[in-house]
Design a protein around this ligand. Sequence first.
Ligand code: ADP
Ligand code: ADP
Length: 234
Amino acid sequence: HNIVRVAGVARTFTMGTQVVQALRGVDLTIKAGEYLSIMGPSGSGKSTLFNMIGGLDKPSSGKVFIDEVDIAQLDAYELAWLRNRKIGYIFQTFNLIQVMTALENVTLPMTFAGASQDEATEKGLELLGLVGLRERHAHRPQELSGGQQQRVAIARSLANTPAIILADEPTGNLDLTTGEEIITLLKRLSSERGVTVISATHDYKMLNVSDRVVWIRDGRIDKIEERSELDITV
Ligand code: ADP
Ligand code: ADP
């Protein structure tokens, strides 16, 4: 089924007299279980589109549907539910809470969602195991390498078994090899768990694992390529 549908979405930012058209009418349908990359130069609108799909920002016009529900119609409680349960977020800068251990970072969304401490700890350790960091559960972010921090962020994104993972430049702060490991991990999670992965990225290595690539330029979709059409040279 169509898990995400973006219909005629435009987003304009006004700063004083300056008007920036970050998105200029984007139509995009994403199927459940798909691994989709949004590629494009800096400033092309990738993050803005990411924020629209994730319910982190609102379109100036047009609509975003998640499971055919118009997210503009959600009340504050339903929107919070969407953000904490339905979607897991991964960011370039990891966005881990520095004063918390890896395990506490992963369990936080579960306790927010009403899980007991025991339940959250058990599942948190299991998720850290899934990303290869169970032994590191007591470490704080600054005691972990960049790649390890991103693994913790990935474990956290899975905390409430989301249907969708939104990843904004997930390899942007990592070296080439570490970035590849993160891409491989995301791909494995998407195939093993059937999670829909939507990634905004500059990283051409991401093309190797994507089912489809959306090329965006100047706030518009330039073209959409299926995996079979991609000329993969990386
Ligand atoms: P990308 O992620 O592809 O680098 P963005 O979506 O961040 O692109 O930005 C698209 C355009 O919208 C850019 O011109 C950017 O400066 C502008 N923009 C993004 N967010 C804001 C904002 N909060 N306020 C003003 N302009 C913004
Ligand atoms: P990378 O080469 O990926 O940047 P680092 O050089 O930061 O990794 O770290 C190498 C190893 O040392 C990693 O396994 C990391 O977890 C560990 N490490 C780095 N800094 C600390 C620290 N302050 N305390 C504990 N372990 C650390």
